[in-house]
Design a protein around this ligand. Sequence first.
Ligand SMILES: Nc1nc2c(ncn2[C@@H]2O[C@H](COP(=O)(O)OP(=O)(O)O)[C@@H](O)[C@H]2O)c(=O)[nH]1
Ligand SMILES: [Mg+2]
Length: 274
Amino acid sequence: MVNQSAIPHINQTAVDICPVAPGSDQSGLIKGVTFPAMYAMLAEWAPPWERSKMAAFVFTVIFIFVWRKGRVSRRGICLVGLCESGKTLIFSQLVYKKAVESFTSMKENVGVLEIANKGALKLIDIPGHERVRQRFFDSYKNTARGIVFVLDSFSLNKDIRDVAEYLYTILSDPTVSSNRPQVLILCNKQDHPLAKGPQVIQSVLEKEMNVLRNTQTNQLEAVAEGGTRKSFYLGQEGKNFEFADIRSLHVEFASSSAQSEDLENLKKWLQLVA
Ligand SMILES: Nc1nc2c(ncn2[C@@H]2O[C@H](COP(=O)(O)OP(=O)(O)O)[C@@H](O)[C@H]2O)c(=O)[nH]1
Ligand SMILES: [Mg+2]
């Protein structure tokens, strides 16, 4: 017989580390056998010095199980970007297969996208207005399987600082870097004769993000002298900023024209991400 009171710490910690959602079935790895029961069974034959290794193993299995479950259950795709970049037109083309004029841009639009053989994704059009966008992004970022950052490929020169700042804020968000959603930078309005292509946009953005990163790092270092904050460094230290150097995220670029109903690259990306 196993004395359950000899292992209260294990049971307690398992519950503390891995809160189980109501109604979910995470208490048993194998049907009908709970983790504490499994541990008790194993502990019966394992010598005492092996038990801590066993506990570490069991916790690792639980952690991976819960982490994978969290990833699989994230089905949100957040459409973000400055106002007027084309998010709402993209949203209505994808969800309603047509342009819908009656949307407000001070509230999010939420719709369902059925992806062939992959199930449903939840598409969220986050308003781009500076005053509200962070609040809306905060309430959806934890469900994001993917983030589509939409930009206007024609007006980018004029808006480059704002675009880079918003993108920097999103890519350096702690929830984003820990959940690791796929990121697509969608260069919209390609139908405009003076629109820049995705490659040019990538290099323009990398230069601006580099400037921004230096400024932000200096600011954070200035704060850190008082011993209060640690800096978060986006990309690789000691070289110019490149999207490929963000270790926690896979960032891709693609072109689109919502006006001409050319969203093929976005649809392909969604098919892969779903
Ligand atoms: N030329 C062109 N105009 C676009 C395109 N996508 C959106 N627009 C226009 O840009 C304006 C802003 O679009 P909207 O979807 O409301 O942008 P949002 O503020 O990001 O939601 C509208 O007048 C759209 O018709 C595009 O691909 N090409
Ligand atoms: Mg809008």
